[in-house]
Design a protein around this ligand. Structure first.
Ligand code: CA
Length: 229
């Protein structure tokens, strides 16, 4: 199943920001700048899994779009982007068939989490792994357990792959050595935290442009590491 997300937002800077972040999270994006355009795009892409709809639009508003989608029988998950928090709007939204709300101003992290959650619900598989994660020049394929940088496959051990996967599933989040140990080696591993540092050193040599000045796996002093692509 394609992980297609529709992003409807008339403000171009907000839209491109949302699109960029959802693309990084591995979604294929269909964009629209108006409600009318969104409905056209939807007809061309009936496999859209989640629709992120801004409410305030120059033509027909986000609620109208949602109502029209439901009337056409599309079963996508719908998240409304609303600038307003009044109860009345939530009621309107629920009546039009929206599944969730994000109130502006929102963080892309929050929106991304809502899209992920709704996608899992819609795709009917709460354990569905994301197939592809893209971050900077890196592309991680969870099915093939393979990582490419600028389209070139990187040779990794299973542990190195596990570390990269842990980072790329937590972009921009500091992970402690304990976190990494648990995520990669598992709960039952009994040993030294230093094994994390040793593997990260090796991984940096394989993936960083300049391992002496890492820009992707950065050190978070006194804590651990963070993925910054
Ligand atoms: Ca708007």
């Amino acid at each position: 199943m394609k992980r297609k997300v529709l992003v409807l937002e008339d403000e171009e800077n907000i839209r491109s920001f949302v699109v960029l972040n959802l693309k990084r999270a591995g979604y294929e994006i269909v964009q629209a700048g108006s409600g009318e355009e969104a409905l056209e795009k939807y007809d061309e892409n009936p496999d859209i899994a989640v629709a992120v709809l801004d409410v305030m639009l120059p033509g027909i508003d986000g609620y109208e779009v949602c109502r029209a989608l439901r009337a056409r029988g599309y079963g996508a998950g719908v998240i409304m982007l609303t600038a307003r928090t009044q109860e009345a709007d939530k009621v309107t939204g629920l009546m039009t068939g929206a599944d969730d709300y994000v109130t502006k101003p929102f963080s892309v992290v929050e929106l991304g989490a809502r899209v992920d959650a709704l996608y899992r619900r819609v795709s009917n598989n709460p354990f569905a792994d994301e197939d592809i994660i893209i971050s900077g020049p890196f592309k991680l394929n969870l099915r093939a357990r393979e990582v490419q940088k600028n389209g070139v496959k990187i040779d990794l051990t299973q542990i190195e792959y596990g570390i990269l996967k842990a980072f790329m599933q937590n972009i921009g989040k500091a992970l402690s050595r304990d976190d990494l140990l648990e995520m990669v080696w598992g709960h039952h591993y009994v040993g030294e935290l230093k094994i994390v540092d040793v593997n990260i050193r090796r991984l940096r040599i394989k993936i960083e442009d300049n391992p002496a000045a890492p820009q992707y796996i950065v050190t978070v002093r006194g804590y651990g590491y963070m993925w910054e692509a």
